[in-house]
Design a protein around this ligand. Structure first.
Ligand code: ATP
Ligand code: MG
Length: 235
């Protein structure tokens, strides 16, 4: 589904991702862990086409399509979604208008509204939050749920969750993770996390450890347990 070939990414003239080779398959859940500043968000943002992150060499191939030079909106149309580590807010636009614009021409506005309301209920998002300016005054955990709501409505092929479990309480984590687990069919998940706890509900097919812009180790869920117990020093 996604193939990264010899990918080198720089930001502010500093190389962050170094010659990365990675293959992500359909119907699989990948977990990406690594120390702060190792390049996890850089990888996710550059896969989404963020203009600050320059591809110095290599390729990104999504289902045989070379997306390396593609604009972010085209990548979103091609089926990539990024749930931000730090979601932004938008003044004067609520989630209904945001998603109506995103899917214009593809979904009936009334059906879309119903879908948003139904998904919000499943995610235990308060109605009042949906009517407010997007993310304005939303708590950390509420923002993460709104990220997941967008992912659900947009129905992408590849979803990158950048720390969706950070700053959420135990009940919210359970709601989020169980929703992810229920809706993973036909998709590829890349879950960036520092914690093992989300893996209680969403079982990964592979755990990848990134250090200094490189994948230094791959394993199954036990690798995440090992990291939690011993840190990154003794891998
Ligand atoms: N826009 C930017 N300008 C300058 N440096 C940046 C920028 N974005 C990322 N970096 C640098 O790139 C390195 C990797 O950052 P990145 O956010 O990818 O780390 P991370 O693995 O996601 O860390 P964390 O676990 O703390 O979220 C860091 O040293 C960071 O300061
Ligand atoms: Mg990060």
């Amino acid at each position: 589904m996604l193939r990264l070939k010899n990918l080198t990414i720089a930001v502010a003239n500093k190389v962050i991702i170094k010659n990365l080779n990675l293959k992500l398959e359909k119907n699989k859940v990948y977990v990406l862990m690594g120390p702060n500043g190792s390049g996890k968000s850089t990888l996710a943002l550059s896969l989404m086409g963020h203009p600050l992150y320059q591809v110095r060499s290599g390729k990104m191939i999504l289902e045989k399509q070379n997306i390396t030079e593609m604009e972010p909106d085209k990548r979103a149309n091609a089926g990539i979604f990024l749930s931000f580590q730090s979601p932004l807010s938008l003044s004067g636009i609520n989630i209904f208008s945001l998603l109506r614009t995103a899917v214009s021409g593809k979904k009936d506005p009334l059906a879309l509204r119903e879908e948003i309301e139904k998904t919000a209920k499943l995610l235990k998002i308060k109605d009042e939050l949906l009517e407010r300016s997007f993310n304005e005054g939303a708590s950390g955990g509420e923002k993460k749920k709104l990220e997941l709501l967008q992912a659900s409505v947009l129905n992408p092929k590849l979803i990158m969750f950048d720390e969706i479990d950070t700053g959420v309480d135990v009940d919210a984590l359970k709601t989020i993770a169980q929703f992810m687990e229920k809706n993973k069919k036909g998709k590829t998940y890349l879950i960036i996390t520092h914690y093992n706890r989300i893996l209680k509900y969403v079982r990964p097919d592979a755990v990848l450890i990134m250090v200094n812009g490189k994948i230094v180790k791959k394993g199954d869920y036990r690798l995440a347990e090992e990291v939690e117990k011993n840190g990154y020093q003794n891998l």
